[in-house]
Design a protein around this ligand. Structure first.
Ligand code: GLN
Length: 474
């Protein structure tokens, strides 16, 4: 089945003329038709556009062009703008919104000849860790349809796990690529903040938002990163730096010199024994290759979730002020302007998004700003300092992605705190802007569990190189 290929495998076959981009695209579209009725990963499938893009890719191949993502079919999370195609961000607010422009990552993928198949489901405005907060209904985990795929990029992770596409784009603000990658048994890479452009993402938390790939293998994540990374005049927080060789295979000699940190706060008492066992097995594997394991401490880890759930609602309340029923999205029928604003927002936003807007507005208001927002920013610097300190002793950190495997629908949706604690191991690296990857670490029962590698800023080549040595087929 062509849709089951990795990017690397498809690349070889496309370049040697063994298969066409059109056939590869059709295989993906057929798989979506056959299985998405149950999984519900896609909010939109653009069959006509995909077939056209595949034909163009085949003409480029026929003209001798090769390599990269030429002719590779993918899906994009629906908070990434696509010109002429609906972008909902999983919200009733944007149920019929059509963006006038493509996000920079989409522009880059188009130029590379990748084939956009459609858009994937997410928690409303990427607020969540289960995809249950989508206004269009939840996505189901392909490993067990009674369970959530994680979130907020749950549609993208489920789509890759179900072989709907060869890769998918997600966004990660506090774990939204890594969390569902862990729950669905795929690879999810959150690049360093500022490595890939945020232009054209529906903004959530501008100080931590990053787009990144969800793939079947670590090598594939490197191939996608190579296309989407780079400075963008339209996002002045992207950095200007020489291109890295992400696909470079790590030679075994260099693993011998590596020090891998195991942060003790990420292996605390409450953690499931079977999860610890999987991560320790990965650590042992690295040790066998010659790396040195070192226990490190990141003492401010315990503040990660609290700090994140002050700072992100503050930025959300500011970023979502633009949805006023006038310029974008849902417009209520109202008798005057004040009511128009109020009703449009009341009708357009779901409960979790409203909760975050209210929390953020409160934390930023006069009299509370110092006690909450400013204080949270100070503790954020402690979290950053913890990582700086750790990376003066070790090259990379190895942790679990999540404390457990995928949970059942409804288990946490009514309890915001339980849902927020899903991000325990994910928010600190987001607050510090560091790159991190989730890789399948094996199965517990019949469900996948992920391991996470976190590195210093711009250490993607190292993370990918070591990740490649750790990946196992599940
Ligand atoms: N689960 C986290 C949240 O709800 C992460 C979201 C994200 O990274 N977009 O905020």
């Amino acid at each position: 089945m062509l849709n089951q290929l990795t990017i690397k495998e498809a690349r070889e076959r496309l370049d040697s003329g063994q298969i066409t981009a059109a056939a590869l695209t059709m295989a993906c579209l057929e798989k979506i038709k056959q299985a998405d009725g149950q999984i519900k990963a896609c909010l939109l499938v653009d069959e006509v556009g995909a077939v056209k893009a595949a034909e163009l890719a085949d003409r480029r191949l026929a003209a001798g062009q090769r390599g990269g993502l030429l002719g590779i079919p993918y899906l994009a999370k629906d908070n990434i703008l696509t010109k002429g195609l609906r972008t909902t961000a999983g919200s009733a607010m944007l149920a019929s919104y059509i963006a006038p422009t493509d996000a920079t990552v989409i522009v880059k993928l188009k130029a590379a000849g990748a084939v956009l198949l459609g858009k994937t489901n997410l928690d409303e405005f990427a607020h969540g860790a289960s995809t249950e907060f989508s206004a269009f209904g939840p996505t189901h985990n392909p490993w067990d349809l009674q369970r959530v795929p994680g979130g907020s990029s749950g549609g993208s992770a489920a789509a890759v796990a179900a072989n709907f596409c060869l890769f998918a784009l997600g966004t990660d603000t506090g774990g939204s690529i890594r969390h569902p990658a862990g729950f669905c048994g795929v690879v999810g890479l959150k690049p360093t903040y500022g490595l890939a452009s945020r232009f054209g993402l529906v903004a959530m938390t501008s100080s931590t938002d990053v787009p990144g790939p969800l793939t079947k293998t670590v090598e594939d994540a490197a191939l996608v990163l190579a296309v989407i990374a780079g400075h963008d005049e339209l996002d002045r927080t992207t950095v200007k730096r020489a291109e890295d060789d992400y696909g470079r295979a790590m030679n075994l000699e260099s693993i011998k010199d590596l020090k891998i940190g195991l942060p003790k706060e990420y292996f605390s008492a409450g953690l499931d024994k079977s999860v610890v066992q999987k991560i320790k097995a990965a650590a042992a594997q690295l040790e066998k290759l010659g790396a040195k394991l070192v226990e490190v401490s990141l003492p401010s880890t315990k503040y990660g979730v609290s700090v994140y759930y002050i700072i992100t609602p503050c930025e959300i309340s500011s970023n979502l002020a633009r949805f006023d029923g006038v310029r974008y999205g849902h417009q209520a029928e109202a008798i005057n302007l004040a009511e128009h604003y109020a009703l449009s927002r009341a009708e357009g936003f779901g409960p979790e998004t409203k909760r975050r807007i209210m929390l953020g507005t409160f934390a930023l208001s006069a009299g509370y700003y110092d006690a909450y927002y400013l204080q949270a920013q100070k503790v954020r610097s402690l979290i950053i300092a913890d990582f700086d300190n750790a990376f003066s002793q070790v090259d990379l950190l190895l942790t679990p992605t999540t404390p457990h495997t995928a949970f059942k629908f409804g288990e946490k949706a009514q309890d915001p705190l339980a849902m927020y604690l899903e991000d325990l191991f994910l928010t600190p690296s987001s607050l510090a802007g560091l790159p991190a990857i989730s890789i399948p670490a094996g199965l517990i029962g019949n469900l996948p569990i992920g391991l996470q590698l976190i590195g210093p800023k711009f250490s993607e080549p190292l993370i990918l190189g070591v990740g490649e040595k750790l990946q196992i087929k599940i």
